[in-house]
Design a protein around this ligand. Structure first.
Ligand code: TUI
Length: 318
């Protein structure tokens, strides 16, 4: 009997996980991805407990398939979010933007599977020891908060360093990317940018359009001096931010203030000039909208077709 460890662990049909995009990944998107046979995630981001609970209740109304919650560890409401996840009997969480050590015991004690997003081998090994069920090895091609190693280099090194299943993320938006991730030893993929333009994604149309029009070199990483580098589409906001980062008269506090609220401004208000349009380098490949079902089944079908080719076909065909 064929089985995929991630599909088996999560009770899903296809080994495709939606990224936990802050201000974007709501109950509607999570339910649509889960209904399509992947794993949808609600981004807890900076929501307080009751806001998160409302999203979870809505997702439960929209799907009877498994879905999860992404916990952003830098959130001021992280303790409340963990509490709500346990109370609502969420089956799986992903964690990002930090070390989840403080929350592992509570989550696991409540029967929640913890999948940690990591950007380094060291953190992957650490979270495996803490009892993580899987890791997402996220390369710096990703949108949002990033590390500094590419998916191509990070995934096989994490695969060799841990015994739990590895999910690849960063730069994956079609069957070719998914097939490549499996060749590197990943057992599933996580995609954010591809789902950003999904029909069921409620992000502002201005943001969606900017992602659909983006080319390969249209993203930039800012915020390195603050210790949390973020990849977003180049715009007036990132140009201003970059100039201020280089200016010795600008304090880190002033920079933090500039960044705060910028993602909301783009994702909810549609200000794609002064807001932060976080997305990955693969945006250049994402040129059409599509439903979550078309995205999930299309990418899976294309990946499988590629992985079914013989070595002769792959290496020698013109
Ligand atoms: O978390 C993400 N991506 C995100 S979070 C986010 S919200 C935000 N907005 C503004 C500034 C900062 C965050 C937008 N996108 N991806 C998962 C991820 N985690 N990528 C990298 C990491 C990571 C980085 C450092 C995980 C752990 C870490 O250090 C761990 C330690 O040892 O403290």
């Amino acid at each position: 009997m064929n089985s995929n460890p991630i599909c088996e662990m999560l009770g899903i049909e296809y080994p495709i996980i939606q990224g936990g995009m802050a201000w974007i990944a709501d109950a509607d998107l999570a339910a649509a991805v889960s209904n399509a046979g992947g794993l949808g995630l609600i981004a807890a981001m900076n929501s307080n407990g009751e806001q998160l609970r409302a999203q979870i209740i809505r997702a439960k109304e929209l799907t009877d398939k498994p879905f999860g919650v992404n916990l952003m560890l830098m959130s001021p409401y992280i303790d409340e979010a963990v509490e709500v996840v346990c109370e609502e009997k969420i089956k799986v969480v992903t964690t990002g933007a930090g070390n989840p050590a403080k929350y592992m015991e509570k989550l696991r004690g409540a029967g929640v599977k913890v999948i940690c997003v990591v950007a380094s081998v060291a953190l992957a090994v650490m979270v495996e020891r803490m009892g993580a069920s899987a890791v997402v090895a996220e390369g710096c091609e990703s949108g949002g908060h990033v590390g500094d190693t590419t998916t191509m280099a990070l995934v096989p090194q994490v695969v060799d360093a841990v015994n739990i299943p590895v999910i690849a993320a960063g730069g994956i938006a079609d069957g070719r990317g998914m097939a490549a991730a499996f060749m590197l030893g990943a057992k599933a993929v996580q995609m954010g940018t591809r789902f950003l333009t999904a029909r069921e994604c409620n992000v502002h149309d201005n943001y969606k359009e900017k992602v659909l029009k983006a080319k390969d070199r249209d993203t930039i990483v800012t915020g390195k001096t603050l210790g949390h580098p973020v990849r977003a589409l180049k715009n007036r906001m990132t140009r201003n931010f970059q100039a201020k980062e280089l200016d010795p008269n600008v304090t880190p506090d002033e920079l933090e203030k500039m960044g705060a609220g910028a993602l909301r401004l783009a994702a909810i208000d549609g200000d794609v000039k002064m807001g932060s349009c976080m997305c990955g380098q693969i945006a250049g490949l994402v040129n059409s909208e599509g439903t979550c079902e078309e995205i999930v089944t299309g990418i899976y079908r294309d990946a499988l077709a590629l992985l079914s080719k013989s070595a002769e076909e792959v290496v020698w065909e013109k």
